[in-house]
Design a protein around this ligand. Structure first.
Ligand code: GDP
Ligand code: MG
Length: 439
């Protein structure tokens, strides 16, 4: 926690992308591995009771979702230190354990009893380096009990997980690893056509005027900008965007701002809010949706909520009625692509009314996050650690005219040379055949 785990930039990158986190429980017989596993999983997955013989005889696993991780907890028999099994069984179980641990990110957790750190525990600490791949070992959470009285070392963390109430503490301790450095902050990205009300919606969400928002014939937001806020005890980052969502025009400014937008919402937005005006879903809006798709890819609709500004104009009618009875096919298609997630907002509201608007919108945001099991959206632009404007340009050109890029990438000269040679050879063969036949 707090940077205690050392990792190379490559590990940081890889760990940031993986959604699965392995937690391998190690320890001597009777230390409480299975019970700790059950506490972490929140269910009685592993057999655990007091017995004169070891209860856990083979490696097994259980899963749960925790934040953006799928946590796989692996319970192991006492395969190190004072084992009572024959060599073949031990070798098999060590192999199985190795297979379970051969995964990144993987954390080895030493389970030991408070006040009973014995010779067998020390033996367990010494042995797994032979079991695990060095890359796993360097991130292991194995830690002697002395950590309880002195600060943990760079690769160690200590937590007490004996009580069910400590589950969250225990799980939180484990995945606060490189790649999760941005913690639980939820990133919201405002997208849509210029003048639709993105900046105004951002200000409403944050409860203060951070982004410039006014009626204008030219784009008001010149550059993408992010701001942080809190909602219901959670940190949020809201990214407001410049005029980048339109049909690709190849301008340097667009390249620069797309790169900026990716940087600000990195490692990826949890939810994209597609902002449009109620009752005015125009050709420009459709082009903006196409622009969003070109930048982020089709998968982005899974993380999108359609937000209708000027919600105050809904007097007397419901948004549901408006959306289901609209004759605007493009809008209906968009709502369908976004899994029917939409809501309205009145950015002119203040006080309790504003709070209610934010509550509604944030409920949709939470629903979206839940449906995506806490995962944020990512694509090749987010995954590139050395993103440049040139790479963005290539990405956009590929998205805007995929066949064009393919043809551009073919070397015309080489193709023409080869075709020319083949034609000359065919012509020569034909002439020789003709001469020979005439004789
Ligand atoms: N009446 C009303 N006006 C809004 C609402 N949301 C945005 N606006 C206005 O729409 C105009 C454009 O908004 P802005 O946030 O600058 O749009 P952006 O270009 O998408 O960022 C501004 O004059 C806003 O005050 C709303 O919910 N109700
Ligand atoms: Mg704006």
């Amino acid at each position: 926690e707090g940077g205690r785990v050392r990792a190379s930039p490559m590990c940081l990158l890889v760990w940031g992308l993986r959604q699965e986190l392995r937690v391998v429980l190690l320890g001597r017989s009777g230390a409480g591995r299975s019970a700790t596993g059950n506490t972490l999983l929140g269910e009685e997955r592993f057999e655990s009771h007091l017995a004169s013989q070891p209860v856990t005889t083979t490696c097994s696993d259980g899963r749960r979702h925790w934040r953006r991780w799928c946590v796989v907890v692996v319970d192991t028999p006492a395969i190190f230190g004072g084992s009572q099994w024959d060599k073949q069984h031990l070798a098999e179980e060590r192999k199985r354990c190795l297979e379970f641990a051969a995964h990144e990110p993987c954390v080895l957790v030493l389970v030991t009893q408070l006040g009973r750190y014995t010779r067998e525990d020390r033996e367990v600490c010494r042995r797994p380096s032979a079991l695990c791949h060095p890359s796993t070992w360097c991130h292991a959470s194995l830690s002697p009990l002395s950590f309880l009285c002195c600060p943990p070392g760079p690769a160690g963390a200590v937590c007490a997980a004996a009580l069910p109430a400590d589950t969250t503490t225990a799980v939180r301790r484990v995945p606060v690893l490189p790649g999760d450095g941005r913690g639980s902050t939820m990133r919201l990205l405002l997208v849509g056509k210029t003048g639709g009300g993105r900046s105004a919606t951002g200000n409403t969400l944050l409860g203060r005027r951070v982004f410039e928002s006014k009626l204008s014939t030219t784009p008001v937001t010149r550059s993408c900008k992010s701001a942080t806020g809190h909602w219901d005890g959670e940190d949020i980052v809201v990214v407001d965007t410049a005029d980048i969502f339109h049909l690709w025009n190849g301008s340097n400014e667009a390249c620069r701002e797309i790169t900026h937008c990716i940087e600000l919402s990195s490692p990826g937005p949890h939810v994209l809010l597609l902002v449009t005006q109620l009752g005015r879903f125009t050709q420009e809006d459709q082009e903006a949706v196409r622009g969003v798709q070109d930048i982020f890819g089709v998968g982005v609709f899974r993380h999108m909520v359609v937000v209708f500004t000027r919600g105050e104009e809904l007097v007397g009618g419901s948004l549901h009625n408006y959306v289901t009875h609209t004759d605007n096919r493009a809008l209906r298609n968009l709502i369908q692509s976004c899994w029917n997630r939409y809501c309205s907002i009145n950015n002119r509201a203040s006080g309790a009314e504003r709070d209610q608007q934010v509550q509604q919108l944030m409920n949709k945001v939470r629903e979206t996050v839940r449906e995506n099991e806490g995962r944020y959206y990512s694509n090749e632009l987010y995954l590139d650690p050395f993103l440049t404007e040139e790479k963005v340009r290539y990405h956009m050109e590929k998205a805007a005219r995929p066949w064009g890029v393919l043809l551009d990438s073919l070397s015309y000269r080489r193709v023409l040379t080869k075709c020319g040679i083949i034609l000359i050879v065919i012509a020569l063969i034909f002439i020789f055949v003709l001469i020979w036949w005439k004789r």
